[in-house]
Design a protein around this ligand. Structure first.
Ligand SMILES: [Mn+2]
Ligand SMILES: [Zn+2]
Ligand SMILES: [Zn+2]
Length: 638
């Protein structure tokens, strides 16, 4: 009983306590939950930070990096020139952080005097940033220093001017920042102001050397409509920071001004030839992301550079894997001018340096014969001249035998590429070379000639020319014999320069596919030398190929033709014939070459445009000679 009595109050009290506790705790429970959620949050944040901060446990990071897929993400490598002062190379963190953020791998290039290393440096990067710094030594630009000149660093200037020139030759995407815009401009032939305050003539200057922190803008710039810069910022006016008293006076050839401040100072330049080069006078890597700053002012430029570098990297990768063959150049026309094919010779558009820079593996050099009289003596002279030019090409090849060789078959080109050598093939431009002696076909074929155009400008004994008088009404009976002999000996029949009548005749006569080594589309440019859609279709039906030429007159009837026109012509060829019947024959050194693809060194730009047009690697392989070599193989193995 006592148990029950003593028990009762407990039983009675207990519910009361529980109730009381529950009532009072009701107010606290929310706080309790909040507190525990907070601790859980802090704990998980701690775990998160631990997992995401390799510095805290590098061994753990190492294990993580060794797990998962072994596939490397191939991000573009961006070289950034370092600043140099007091025997120390430095780089402000904004540069490399911006590159990292935009998806690139930063790679600092210190200034050094061993300039023979520079080409190797450039081989290993996909994009290049010229960073800010002191003034440029005016002596390097053949000028005396004005008294307003600040400090200069000679070693750095020399190296950067060299780098900019070499990088431009290699079509490496570039971004110049502050001093960098001036370096790019000066290296490529532009003019500079050593001091805008004393040297600029018109008007007065606004303040270009701000005391504000670098992350704040201090003046605005007006962006030129239609410029790359305009597409990047989608704005006519942006606010920028400013730390300079030098500026670009005139941009180099192939460049345009893309932004100016109110007082007329050049604040940005860019390539006007569809190349990936931009220079800005401000410091985008320091500008802060803020609404006051009209949005983000740094990342568009870095994102642009990394995007261009990625495409350049992809173009280089493709050129390593596929053979690139230019089906027509007239470089031997310059052989009598004492040119040096092994050096970067400004007289010619194709040499060993330019082929290497533009990643061109092979080119077909022709013995070109101007159409002249057709009497016995003149015909013998024509044949002799063709032989002489072929000998000159052979001698040039012999002089440079460690770096290039003559290729006679597609297999030769493949072998030479594997050996790291350039391939030269032999061609004849104008069947005039045959004279009236059919035996000359076999003679030239034995010398290694892979193709011969039946004619040039003017009718000859073989056929009518696109620029002739319709003498035979197409291919002559001798011309028909020549075509059959070319079929028998394995020489490609080339109908560039031929009249339409000759074209259809030859297509009928030839047992093997025919080629047009350098011709463009009539539908886009009405020139008698260009191919109509009907011609293209007939050519493709017979398995042949037409090679777009970079000759301005065959690309556009009005205005200046550029590489974009050549791309349009190629697209048209593909639309009419399909991807298996197209290629590129530049006509370099025969007046070929257009802005954006002006020499062999710029041919990799064409590949980048093809990538932009969404051609696949296999398409590009066909365009860059795969189709042409397919026909060559077929013709040679008859
Ligand atoms: Mn400024
Ligand atoms: Zn030519
Ligand atoms: Zn020609």
């Amino acid at each position: 009983m006592t148990d029950r009595q003593t028990c009762l109050p407990i039983v009675c009290i207990q519910p009361a306590i529980v109730m009381d506790y529950a009532l009072s705790a009701g107010k606290q429970s929310m706080g309790g939950i909040c507190l525990s959620v907070f601790f859980i949050y802090i704990f998980s944040l701690f775990i998160y930070i631990l997992r995401n901060m390799p510095i805290l446990d590098w061994k753990q990071s190492y294990l993580q990096m060794c797990g998962g897929s072994a596939v490397q993400r191939r991000r573009p490598v961006i070289g950034i020139t370092g600043n140099y002062d007091n025997a120390t190379c430095t780089l402000a963190e904004g540069y490399y952080q911006s590159v990292l953020q935009a998806g690139g791998i930063p790679f600092i290039i210190p200034p050094f005097e061993q300039t023979d290393n520079l080409k190797d440096v450039l081989d290993r990067i996909d994009g290049l940033i010229f960073s800010g710094g002191g003034d440029i030594n005016p002596l390097l630009l053949n000028e005396q220093p004005v008294k307003e000149l600040h400090s200069v660093c000679h070693v750095r200037d020399v190296q950067e001017l060299l780098l900019a020139r070499l990088a431009a030759d290699r079509q490496i995407p570039m971004l110049g920042i502050c001093k960098g815009i001036q370096i790019i401009s000066a290296a490529l032939g532009g003019e500079l102001y050593q001091d805008i305050y004393t040297q600029m003539q018109e008007g007065t200057r606004i303040k270009h050397s701000q005391e504000l922190d670098r992350k704040y803008p201090s003046h605005t710039v007006n962006i030129v409509a239609g410029s790359i810069l305009h597409t990047l910022f989608r704005d006519e006016t942006i606010a920028v920071n400013s730390f300079h008293h030098q500026a670009v006076k005139t941009p180099p050839p192939g460049f345009r001004v893309s932004a100016m401040s109110e007082d007329g100072v050049v604040e940005a330049i860019e390539s006007s030839e569809y190349k990936s080069v931009i220079g800005v006078q401000w410091h985008p890597e320091c500008l802060e992301e803020s609404p006051a700053n009209n949005g983000d002012r740094s990342t568009p430029l870095f994102r642009w550079l990394i995007g261009e570098a990625a495409s350049f990297r992809e173009a280089k990768r493709i050129h390593r894997r596929v053979i690139s063959l230019d089906s027509h150049c007239d470089t031997p026309m310059f052989f009598h001018k004492n040119i040096d094919f092994a050096s970067r010779d400004p007289q010619i558009l194709v040499d060993l340096h330019k082929m290497t820079e533009g990643k061109l593996d092979a080119t077909i050099m022709v013995a070109y014969l101007e159409q002249k009289e057709r009497d016995e003596e003149a015909l013998l002279a024509a044949t002799a001249k063709a032989n002489r030019i072929l000998t000159q090409i052979e001698e040039m090849a012999a002089r440079n035998c460690t770096l290039l060789d003559i290729a006679y078959t597609p297999a030769d080109i493949v072998r030479l590429k594997r050996d790291g050598k350039k391939a030269i093939m032999l061609g004849i431009e104008n069947g005039y070379a045959i004279g009236k002696d059919i035996a000359n076909v076999e003679h030239f074929r034995r010398r290694g000639v892979v193709y011969m155009t039946l004619c040039h400008n003017g009718d000859n004994d073989l056929c009518d020319s696109a620029k002739g008088n319709g003498e035979h009404g197409g291919v002559s009976s001798f011309g028909a014999e020549v075509i059959k002999e070319m079929n028998r000996t394995g020489m490609m029949v080339d109908l560039s320069h031929a009249a339409e009548s000759s074209f259809y005749d030859a297509l009928e006569i030839s047992r093997t596919p025919i080629v047009c080594s350098h011709s463009s589309a009539r539908a886009l440019c009405n020139h008698p030398r260009n191919l109509t859609d009907d011609q293209l279709k007939a050519l493709a039906r017979k398995g042949g190929v037409a090679q777009v030429t970079l000759y301005h007159g065959f690309l556009r009837t009005e205005g200046t033709a550029t590489v974009m026109d050549a791309v349009e012509h190629l697209n048209h060829f593909v639309n009419v014939m399909g991807i298996d019947h197209v290629g590129i024959g530049t006509d370099f050194d025969g007046d070929g070459g257009v802005p954006g693809c002006a020499s062999a060194s710029e041919l990799i730009n064409f590949t980048r445009h093809l990538l932009r047009e969404r051609y696949s690697e296999s398409d590009i392989q066909k365009i860059w000679g795969g189709n042409f070599m397919r026909v060559m193989e077929m013709v040679q193995n008859v």
